[in-house]
Design a protein around this ligand. Structure first.
Ligand code: CP
Ligand code: NVA
Length: 307
C-alpha cells in the first residue's frame, strides 16, 4: 500500500498542484451550476471529525462529498470515544479502515499529524490552532476569479496572527505574493509557528493604515479564535485599533477586495459598511469552499483527473 497523500498545511502542495486544483475547481463548479451530475466518488466515504464548532467547513465537505456521489459521516468529540480519551493513534487506525478520506478540525497541529501518521487514507486539515489551508485554498481561488493572477499582488492582513494569517503567509511563498501584516503589540507573527522561514514574502507594520496602503486584498478574522476564549476580554481591549473600516478600504487600491473567512463580528474586527460594502466578496469566498474542496477530495481520493 503506497503512503497516502495528506493536506495538513498549505505547503503540502506545490504551485503546479494548486493550479491543477483550480482548473478542476472551475470545471466542477461549472458542471454543478449547470446541474450536471458528476459522481467520481461513488461508494467512497468521508469521515469528518470535529473537536471545534463549524458551519461552513462541515456543510461544504458534507454537501461536497454527496455531490461527488459519495457519503460523509460526522463525528464530534462530544458524542464519540475521542472525547473520552481514546488515543488519537488508535482512532486513526480504526477510522481509516472504514473510510476513504478523513477531515479533522482540532486544536494543536500535532494532534492532526499524529492522526495522519497512523492513517491508511488521506487526511485533510479542517482547521487547527496553527493552520486553515482549506480556507486559503478557497480565498485564492476567489481572488483569481475576480482579479486574475495573485502573483506579485499585496494582501493586507489586519488583526490576530492566527491560523488563517499563518496560512496566508505560507500561501504567499507558494504563489509569490506579498503579505502586509499588522497586529497589535504582543500578537505578532511567530515565523516558526507559521511554518514560514522565508521572510521575503511578508512585512510587518505597526500601523494598520500603513499595511493596507495600496493593497489589492484586505482581509481579517475574529480577534478571538476558537480555543482562546479565556483571552476574550483582554483581546477586545488590545485589538480596538485593528478594525477594518471604510478609511482603511479607502487607503487600499480602488480595486481592492475585502475577504473574511467568517463567522464575522461586525463592529469588532470589521465595520458593517466594509463587510456589507462594495469591496466585499465574503459570500463568494464562502461558496467557493464547496467547489475548491470538491476538487481537493477528488485529487486526494482518485488522483489527477483531466478537465
Ligand atoms: N470559515 C470557516 O471555516 O467557517 P466554519 O468555522 O463555519 O467552518
Ligand atoms: N481563526 C478562527 C477561524 C474560524 C473559521 C478560529 O480558529 O476560530
Amino acid at each position: 500500500m503506497s503512503p497516502s497523500r495528506h493536506y495538513l498545511q498549505f505547503l503540502d502542495f506545490d504551485l503546479q498542484e494548486y493550479l491543477h486544483l483550480f482548473e478542476r475547481t472551475r470545471w466542477i463548479k461549472d458542471r454543478f451550476k449547470r446541474y450536471e451530475r458528476y459522481w467520481p466518488l461513488q461508494d467512497r466515504t468521508l469521515v469528518m471529525i470535529f473537536e471545534k464548532n463549524s458551519t461552513r467547513t462541515r456543510l461544504s465537505f458534507e454537501a461536497g462529498m454527496q455531490q461527488l456521489g459519495g457519503a460523509a459521516i460526522f463525528l464530534s468529540t462530544r458524542d464519540s470515544q475521542l472525547g473520552r480519551g481514546e488515543p488519537v493513534e488508535d482512532a486513526a487506525q480504526v477510522i481509516s479502515r472504514m473510510s476513504d478520506i478523513v477531515m479533522i478540525r482540532t486544536f494543536e497541529q500535532e494532534i492532526l499529524e499524529r492522526f495522519a501518521r497512523n492513517s491508511r487514507v488521506p487526511v485533510i486539515n479542517g482547521l487547527t490552532n496553527e493552520y486553515h489551508p482549506c480556507q486559503i485554498l478557497a480565498d485564492i481561488f476567489t481572488y483569481i476569479e475576480h482579479r486574475g493572477s495573485i502573483e506579485g499582488k499585496t494582501v493586507a492582513w489586519i488583526g490576530d496572527s492566527n491560523n488563517v494569517c499563518n496560512t496566508w503567509l505560507q500561501a504567499a511563498t507558494v504563489f509569490g505574493f506579498n503579505v502586509h501584516v499588522s497586529t497589535p503589540p504582543g500578537y505578532e507573527v511567530e515565523a516558526e509557528r507559521a511554518g514560514v522561514y522565508d521572510d521575503r514574502f511578508y512585512e510587518s507594520f505597526a500601523d494598520p493604515m500603513d499595511a493596507v496602503r495600496g493593497a489589492d486584498l484586505v482581509t481579517t478574522d475574529v480577534w478571538t479564535s476558537m480555543g482562546f476564549e479565556a483571552e476574550n476580554d483582554e483581546r477586545l481591549r488590545d485589538f480596538q485599533d485593528w478594525q477594518v473600516d471604510a478609511d482603511m478600504m479607502r487607503a487600499a487600491s480602488p480595486e481592492a477586495l475585502f475577504m473574511h473567512c467568517l463567522p464575522a463580528h461586525r463592529g469588532e474586527e470589521v465595520a458593517a459598511e466594509v463587510i456589507d460594502g462594495p469591496h466585499s466578496v465574503v459570500w463568494e469566498e464562502a461558496e467557493n469552499r464547496l467547489h475548491t474542496q470538491k476538487a481537493l477530495l477528488e485529487f486526494l481520493v482518485i488522483g489527477k483527473q483531466n478537465s
